[in-house]
Structure formats: structure tokens, C-alpha cells
Design a protein around this ligand. Sequence first.
Ligand code: NDP
Length: 361
Amino acid sequence: MKNNRRIFLKDLGRYGAGVCLSPLISCQKPPKKSLGVALVGLGGYSRGQLAPALQLTKYCHLSAIVTGSPEKVPEWQKNYNIKDSNVYSYQDFDKIANNDEVDVIYIVLPTALHAEYAIAAANAGKHVWCEKPMAMNEKECQAIIDACKKNKVRLSIGYRMQHEKNTKTLIGYRHTKPYGDFTEIIAQAGYAGGGGTGWRHQKSMGGGAMYDMGVYTVNAIRYATGLEIKKVISAEHIISRPELFKEVDETTQYQVEMSNGLIAQGWTSVGESKNLLRVNCDKGWYELSPMQSYNGVQGKTSDGILLNEYVESQQALQMDDDALAIIENKEMMVPGIEGLKDIRVIEAIFRSAATGESVSL
Ligand code: NDP
């Protein structure tokens, strides 16, 4: 009974429901207009993209940080006016449950840590935003989804591209079919470099090209067509620098079959730069290139239409879309199941590359 009452009160507080339990005093609490976000893991993406974007957002703001590096704290507090009581370590992370200034916990950790902290965030009664790739495997993705469901909190995956305007135009074409039926999809995402440092070279941490960049190609094949991938026909890892890529893939190419028999070609690399989403149709084609950069996403079509760059923070768009969906209790644009479906395909790509066989999903 006591527990039920606590869950009931927690639910009321979470959605800012204006329900008054006392008949004598007016205790209407208006719904929040801007949600407080706690960033978990103050690495390159949090520092370089998410925290600056949270200065541009309308429906959410940076209210707290969770870090294992105390030396990072003073600069973050100074730059973003974060008070002492809103700074957490991984050890006292669970105390965030009692902090009303945190509505959303955004997991920006190495991939192998996503599930543990996303589940802890849900158990703390906070909404969860989780970076891509969602987790190491389908089982972990499902565990995150289940934890959010159990705790009645919302879950979204940090697929910024689906919030970007030219990408949304391309997604719209799958409904209007201006160039006829699809004949082939090509998705390529890679950058020239060493593939990062530390965990990005460790298999157990979720390093390698396919998890890091390849997930964009799988997601793009799915959002461009609105179809599910039913079979990995073939997949191959290519390592040109074995001294650097001892455990993880440097480049991976794959071919998949969609639910209607359409074929898509995927390619990803952390050693070579390509950035293309091309949709060939029976009456023409269209493409985005680059298709997944932070800036400059632009495209063209076979009849000369140009999709010019929008100068907007993709991360701010993403977080505002997701915050507003929570505030207005609407569908998330990219819910957890989208992350799970991509990871299911990535696991199949790895199986196909290891065995040389096709893998059905
Ligand atoms: P970084 O390596 O730059 O940062 C990760 C941070 O996680 C570290 O700085 C650290 O923060 C924390 N951390 C906790 N435990 C560990 C550990 N065992 N090893 C390493 N770091 C640890 O990674 P990124 O910020 O580039 O990536 C983080 C996540 O964001 C990944 O899932 C990645 O795929 C995703 N990402 C998404 C992008 C997008 O465009 N959507 C772009 C880039 C990354 P602290 O010191 O504060 O504890």
C-alpha cells in the first residue's frame, strides 16, 4: 500500500500533473516548460556538441552532470552554471532520483556502459536519452526498453539525423515516391583517421567502425525506405592497419535484403572518408552527401532539385523534439525499439562476416 502510494506520487510529480491532494490549500503545480537534463559522461560528444546545444534549446536545459573525472567539474560548473548539488559521480548516481531539477538523464558513455546506466537512470525514475549505438546487443537493448516501461519513463535514442531537415525531406520521399519505386539503396559513413583512442579500439567496450559509424548506415537504410532488413546477404571486415585494429573492425561492407526484396549496400570505415545516402528509383534518384555530418548535410535529386544545408544545431533540434514529446506526452520520434532494430542488424552483420554465410533476421 505504502509502495503504491509512493509510485502514484512519483508519477504525479514526473509529469508535473496539476493535481492537488489537499482540499484546503492551492497546490497546483504547472507542467514544466523546460526539462532539466543530466549529461552522463563528459567526453568529446558531451563537451563538444551536447552541452553547447543545450544552450540553444527551448524545451530543455543542462541542469546536472555525472562524471568519473573530478578534475573536469570546475570548468563545467563555471561554463554552465551547475551547482554543487547537481554534480554526481558514478558512485552516487542513484541519488539523482531525489533531484527534482533533473527530468532526463542522457547517457553519453562508451557503448558497453549504455545498458547499465540507462537502466539505472530509468530505475531512478528519470526519462532516458541514450546515445547511439543503443547497446552492445539486442538483449541489452531490450533490458533498457523493459526498465523504461517498468518505471513509466520515456526512452529515446540519440539519432540526430532523423531530426535534421534535409534528412526529414528524404524520409518524406518514401511516402510520396517522387522518383518511383526504390531499386537500390547505398549508405556509406566513414571518416579518415585512426578510429579514435582507448575504448574505441576495444571490442568489449563496443569499439570499431560498425558500432560507431556503421550504425548510421543501418539506420539510414531503414529510415530512407521505411522497410525492415530481413537478411544480411553478405558482410566483410577489411583491416588495412592490423597494428591499430587488433580487436575491432576498421572498415566493414555489407549487403542486405529488405522485407520487400529490395537490396541495400552498406559501407562504413574509421580509416577512410565517405558520407553518402543514395536512393536509386525506377524514375530517378536522390541523395544526401554528406548524410551524417554535424554540419552541411545537403542533397540533390536526378531532376536538379537541391536540398541546401540548414545551419541549425542537429543536437538542439533532437533534444527539443524529444523534450517536447515528453512535455506533451506524445510519441518519441526515435524510440528505443529503433535502436534495438539497428543493433539486431549489426549483430547479424558480424555473424555474417565471421561465417561467410547469409544471416536471416
Ligand atoms: P569519449 O571517449 O570522448 O567520452 C566518453 C566519456 O565517458 C569519458 O570522457 C568519460 O567521461 C566517460 N567514461 C566512463 N567510463 C569510461 C570508460 N571506462 N572508458 C572511457 N570513458 C568512460 O566518447 P564520446 O563522447 O565520443 O562518445 C560517447 C558516446 O556518444 C558513444 O556512445 C558514442 O557512440 C556517442 N557519440 C554520438 C555521436 C553522435 O553524433 N550522435 C557523436 C560522438 C559520440 P567522464 O570522465 O566524465 O566520466
